[in-house]
Design a protein around this ligand. Structure first.
Ligand code: BES
Ligand code: ZN
Ligand code: ZN
Length: 500
């Protein structure tokens, strides 16, 4: 874990191994950069004159042992056009800088980025984005590699430089928030990246239990308890697996006693082979990520506990594998789960997420929460519709959805709404049961949400299909290849706004 500090002071006086200065488009410098330029006599001006890059976004140039400074390196970080900067671009810049610095061999570094003007953003918002960029950008999952990547050479501390001592307190609080959000996100990434033979339902239960805290009560139900309470749909999907299922309940009481909680439900499918309706072999390994919904929920609880957020939150995670054992549930089976007045005809055992979620959502609704938000890697159709840059959002809770849109835009953990007009419900009618578990190829993400909608009663509800955003085999600006932790920043921002 990297140490993050905040400090005020001029760049030429820093004794760190590296000082990072922003270079604006057109070879312009920020105030700190200009002061450093003066202190260096001719070195920096001469360099800038010859500089072949004009400060385009994300590019870096490093100068060593610059006269007039106390640091080993001055790294110029291109930030592009200041007018076009956003908080997310700042997050990305910090991530890029942190990764470059890590490879440079520097141990202690200072970043002069918070003085950049980013629209109307406050210093605290900018510092939070920078700190998140550092923490998220440096994340990697290499616990199973015997030979660690030796490009990483012991970066120890990053100091986020601010312009005035007076804002130190605000900036430190912002760093603490960023730390909590990143810890939750990186925890979700860790859980997501674990292979399926390690990350089993039992493992998820243990990981959840380990989050227990004064204000967070965690209950992990095993098979017997699941049978007793009547989560029969979860049990049906579990029939094909030799591993026991789990049902995890997280009860966080940060708010007033008696305040209805926000319920968060996460799909915890630790490996989805499709069941009897088996998936094709190509990329089937990626179906270890089918528990990312549960990873997001656990990540959120980690963060809100750390932040001591004043709000009540209930977390529910149904967890199993979807395999093909001889007792596996089959196409044609009819199920009745926790919600006794809905029978389900199975037409494809690969549409199992909605089956296990049906029990969790019905149970959630019964607890009378203020609202329900679920997270699931639910449909390949959502990847087709939205790709990897926005989470699919559907549901009945209009206010939840509009607030999620605001939080998504603010955190850049974005959502995009798909419609759920009532006509779509026709597609999940069954000939022999109340509903069937697939709605045909057309509008696959929508009909999956229609299925879920039958189990939430009249509780305002939003469904987040994270099939395209939860993991990324190419990696992105702030995430290494693999689990991204998408949804954690989004919901922590959403809950924070609600709590204040
Ligand atoms: N876990 C998958 C959805 C998925 C597929 C997520 C690919 C990310 C990438 C889900 O359980 C599933 O298999 N859904 C089926 C539903 C279909 C049978 C109606 C799908 O999307 O193909
Ligand atoms: Zn499936
Ligand atoms: Zn699945």
């Amino acid at each position: 874990m990297i140490e993050l500090n905040v400090k005020a002071g001029p760049a030429d006086q820093q004794r760190d191994d590296a000082v990072v200065i922003a270079l604006l488009e057109g070879r312009e410098l920020t105030d700190s950069g200009k002061a450093l330029q003066l202190a260096t006599g001719k070195v920096l001006p001469n360099f800038l004159n010859k500089f072949d890059s004009t400060g385009s976004f994300g590019g870096t140039r490093t100068l060593y042992d610059v006269e007039g400074t106390l640091t080993q390196r001055v790294m110029l970080l291109g930030v592009g056009d200041e007018k076009k900067l956003t908080l997310h671009k700042l997050r990305v810049l910090a991530a890029k800088a942190a990764r470059k610095l890590e490879k440079s061999g520097a141990q202690d570094v200072s970043l002069y980025l918070s003085e950049l003007a980013v629209g109307e953003a406050s210093l605290a918002e900018k510092v939070q984005a920078i700190a998140e960029g550092v923490e998220l950008g440096l994340y990697r999952f290499d616990k199973y590699k015997h030979k660690k990547d030796d490009k990483h050479r012991g970066l120890r501390s990053i100091t986020i430089m601010i312009s005035s001592q007076e804002e130190l307190n605000d900036a430190e609080l912002a760093v603490a928030r960023a730390r909590a959000v990143s810890a939750g996100t990186n925890f979700a990434r860790d859980l997501s990246n674990e292979p399926g033979n390690v990350c089993t339902p039992e493992f998820l239960g243990d990981q959840a239990a380990a989050l227990s805290h004064e204000k967070l009560n965690v209950t992990v139900m095993g098979k017997a308890a699941i049978e007793e309470i009547g989560f029969y749909n979860l049990l049906a999907v579990n029939q094909g697996s030799a591993k026991e299922p789990r049902f995890i309940i997280l009860d966080y009481k940060g708010g007033n006693e008696g305040d209805a909680p926000v319920a968060l439900v996460g799909k915890g499918l630790t490996f989805d082979a499709g069941g009897i309706s088996i998936k094709p072999g190509a990329q089937m390994d990626e179906m270890k990520f089918d528990m990312c919904g549960s990873a997001v929920v656990l990540g959120i609880f980690k963060t809100i506990t750390e932040m001591n957020l004043p709000i009540n939150v209930l977390g529910l995670i149904p967890s199993t594998e979807n395999l093909l054992g001889s007792a596996a549930y089959k196409p044609g089976d009819v199920l009745v789960g926790y919600k006794k007045d809905i029978s389900i005809e199975i037409q494809n055992t690969d549409a199992e997420g909605r089956i296990i979620l049906s029990d969790a959502l019905a149970y959630a609704a019964e607890q009378k929460p203020a609202e329900i938000i679920d997270f699931a890697t639910l449909t390949g159709a959502c990847v087709v519709a939205l790709g990897s840059h926005a989470t699919g959002m559907l549901g009945t809770g209009e206010k939840i959805k509009s607030d999620l849109k605001v939080s998504g835009d603010h955190t850049y953990d974005r959502v995009w709404e798909l419609p759920m007009h009532e006509e779509y419900q026709e597609q999940i009618k069954s000939d022999i049961a109340d509903i069937r578990n697939i709605g045909g190829r057309d509008g696959g993400t929508i009909t999956a949400a229609c299925f879920l909608s039958r189990f939430v009663g009249d509780v305002p509800w939003a469904h987040l299909d994270i099939a395209g955003t939860a993991w990324n085999m190419k990696g992105n600006d702030i995430s290494a290849k693999g689990g991204t932790g998408a949804g954690v920043r989004l919901i922590v921002d959403y809950l924070s706004r609600k709590a204040s």
